[in-house]
Write a protein that binds this ligand. Structure first.
Ligand SMILES: [Zn+2]
Length: 54
């Protein structure tokens, strides 16, 4: 079963939706609004952070 999860982009503060199957710890999501890369740091509850490239 697939459910949609709303992600709040920490960069542009917009909202975009991904499938729950995309919420995997360590997975990098891309904001559909600003293209920022956002890392999933925790699955339940969902925690994300802006991916910072070193
Ligand atoms: Zn964004």
């Amino acid at each position: 079963m697939c459910t949609d999860v709303t992600i709040f982009c920490p960069d542009c503060r917009g909202r975009f939706v991904v499938e729950s199957s995309d919420i995997v710890e360590g997975e990098v999501l891309e904001c559909s609004l600003c293209g920022a890369e956002i890392e999933v740091v925790q699955e339940e509850p969902v925690k994300i952070q802006l991916l910072v490239e070193e």
